[in-house]
Structure formats: C-alpha cells, structure tokens
Write a protein that binds this ligand. Structure first.
Ligand code: ATP
Ligand code: MG
Length: 354
C-alpha cells in the first residue's frame, strides 16, 4: 500500500516521522505488507524548494493515492505574498472534495477530562454551510456591498447534506446506533432546516439507528452537562468546527484530539491541533493526536478495501497509546515528563508487543 506523508511545519517535523514509525510497527505486528511511503513537499520547506507551500507535484501525487498523513502547518508564518490564500490543508480538502471531517472526542484513562464519560464522534460537513467561502461552487462567500456592510453567504445543498448524513449513519451503525442532528432551524429555518430534513430523510434508510436533533446552542450546553449521552453528532461546517473544539477540550486536550478528512475514495489523517511554533524543535510535542489520526486513517482504509489487517493495525495503535498513557507516561501538555521521542518509543514498543 502506498501512503502519502507531508511533514508540514513546526512540530510536524517531530510528530510526523514518529507517526510513520508507529504505522510501520502496527502493520508489521499484524503481518500486513509494509507501506511504501511517498514523501511530498508542503509548508515552509516547500516555499524554500518550490516557491509555494503547496506545490503542484504534491497535488498531482496525492491524486494517485488513497490515503495520506498531513502534518500541521503554520500558514501565519509564511511570507506576505501567501497571505489571504487558502492554507495547504484547505487547498487539499477543496481539490479532493474531502467533505467529511470526522473528529472523535473520547476521554481516556490517565488524561484528566471535564467530561470523563464522553465518547462521541463529530461528523462535520466540510465543503459548504455557514463557511461558504470553502464552498466548491460559490468561491468567496463573504463580501461587502458598501464599506459599512459585510455579508456572508450560507450554502446548503440537499446532495451535500445527504452525503454527510450517510457518513454519520454508517458510522453510528458500527458504534452505538445513535445519531444527533445539530442545526438551528428555529432561526436559520431554510438553510439549517434543509440540513436537518435531509438528515431525517437519510435516517429512514437506517431504521436501527435512534435519531434525535438539537439546536446548536442547546447542544453546547448538553455537551458540558451530559456529554456522555451522545454517540455520533452530525452537523454543518461552522457548528461542527466550534462543537468539535468544545468536545475535544471537554474530553481531554488538544494534543490528543485526532481527525480524518475523507471523501468516498480518499482519506487524510490530520491532528486537530496546529504546528505549535512555541514548542517546535524542543522534543516536547505530544504526538498522540497524529498517532490516533493515523489509526483512524488505517481503519477507514481497512473498511474501503475490505482488509481486516488494516483495521487490526489501527486498533494496535490506539491500544498502544491508551496503554502508554494509562501507565503514567505522558508529555508535558498532559502534565507528564516524557519527551516526544521517549513517549513515542514506549508507544512503539506497545504497538509491537503481542
Ligand atoms: P492553528 O491555527 O494552526 O490551529 P493554533 O493557533 O490553534 O494553530 P496550535 O498550534 O494548535 O495553535 O497551538 C495552540 C497551543 O497548544 C500552543 O500553546 C501549543 O504549544 C499547544 N499544542 C498544540 N498542539 C500540541 C501538541 N501536539 N503537543 C503539545 N502542545 C500542543
Ligand atoms: Mg487551531
């Protein structure tokens, strides 16, 4: 299997190589064929070598791949001339129409959590909604008709709403058979109402799944008070962005929050956090989020290819991370003393252990 690998910026140069080793270990531990890694230029180093943070050759190569790991990037640090452009991750999401951003929020043993029984997955629509400037069709979704009036467009298409709903219901079918649709149809009646109704239509195809829906403001409160009651949460772009940061923080920390971005045919592993320039190069970053993102990617690929070995490898990674943190070994962001490399070595050993 060929997989793409992009370091990105900042702590990416530390956590991406560590992740590559963990994926290799997980595949060998289940006797799956090794990965043929395709390293691709992206971020500051690509500006130096190719004059752009996201070279055409990277995009062309990704077009030939089913899965890849994207390191965090720090577009705020790029030279002036790249300001106002889509970030490299944004370019990739748009180019390959990675419409589903899947972000689990689950507390795990050894990590202090405000909502310790949280174990949910947010399925966020990633191409339209209230962030219409990311929309494929519309181009820029914000504009100013006069210098004193600014407008933003929300775009909701039935096809995109049904597509993300299918992702959510299929996921719930493999979990606890419960989907919560999050909208704001009492105020944004036509737009988020369409989102809710399209999800309800898809729900009819999954009669074994229990469905409820919530207004986004009420949902924020429920996550704090009874975040353990939810399984799969499906919502539009901006609500998903906000709720997933909230859920991530309630269930642990930024350094542990994984995600994938997926279409029907391709998957990208990407940590929820950024390039953390304040601790870059210091061997202090927590690689957990990217380890778990890669496990999600392997699980997705296992499903897509009908290859149970890939799913087994994914489980080895998440089990190894859990075992490591539960044993009291953690990086500074979790209150521990381990460096990135010390933590990674222990996870590596647990991944290989039979
Ligand atoms: P972006 O806009 O790219 O999301 P951000 O402004 O949200 O970036 P991050 O780079 O995510 O910022 O960093 C926020 C804070 O969290 C920083 O103090 C950083 O050091 C810390 N942090 C982020 N990721 C990690 C990690 N993997 N391990 C340890 N600390 C981290
Ligand atoms: Mg951020």
């Amino acid at each position: 299997m060929r997989l793409g690998l992009m370091h990105g910026d900042g702590i990416g140069h530390e956590i991406v190589p560590a992740t590559r080793q963990i994926v290799d270990a997980a595949l060998s531990s289940v006797h799956a064929p090794p990965v043929e890694w395709v390293e691709l230029p992206l971020g500051s180093t690509a500006i130096d070598t190719h004059g752009t943070p996201i070279p055409d050759e990277t995009i062309d190569a990704l077009g030939q791949l089913q899965g890849w790991i994207l390191g965090p990037h720090d577009s705020a640090s790029y030279p002036e001339r790249f300001r106002g452009q889509l970030t490299p991750g944004g370019v990739i999401r748009k180019k390959f129409e990675l419409f589903a951003n899947i972000r689990p929020a689950a507390a795990f043993p050894g990590v202090k959590a405000m909502v310790p029984d949280m174990d949910l997955v947010i399925v966020r629509e990633n191409t339209e909604g209230l962030y219409a400037d990311r929309n494929m069709a519309v181009g820029s979704g914000e504009f100013m008709p006069t210098p004193d009036i600014a407008l933003a467009v929300g775009v909701f298409t039935r096809a995109a709403c049904e597509r993300i709903a299918r992702t959510a219901f299929a996921l719930a079918s493999r979990r606890r058979n419960h989907v919560t649709i999050v909208h704001k149809a009492n105020v944004l009646t036509l737009t988020t109402g369409l989102f809710r109704d399209a999800c309800r239509t898809v729900a009819a195809e999954y009669p074994h799944v229990v469905v409820d829906d919530e207004h986004v403001d009420a949902m924020a409160a429920h996550l704090v008070r009874r975040g353990g009651d939810f399984d799969v949460v499906v919502t539009e772009n901006m609500f998903g962005d906000i709720l997933s940061d909230l859920a991530g923080e309630l269930s642990g920390s930024l350094g542990t929050a994984p995600s994938i971005n997926a279409s029907e045919t391709q998957v990208m592993a990407q940590a929820a956090h950024g390039a953390a320039p304040d601790i870059a190069g210091k061997n202090r970053a927590n690689p957990t989020a990217l380890f778990l993102s890669s496990a999600m990617m392997l699980d997705w690929l296992g499903d897509a290819r009908g290859d149970r070995l890939l799913s087994a490898a994914a489980r080895r990674i998440s089990d190894a991370v859990r075992t490591t943190i539960a044993s009291g070994i953690a990086t500074a962001d979790l209150g521990g003393l381990a460096s990135t490399s010390e933590f990674s070595e222990v996870v590596y050993a647990h991944t290989l252990r039979r």
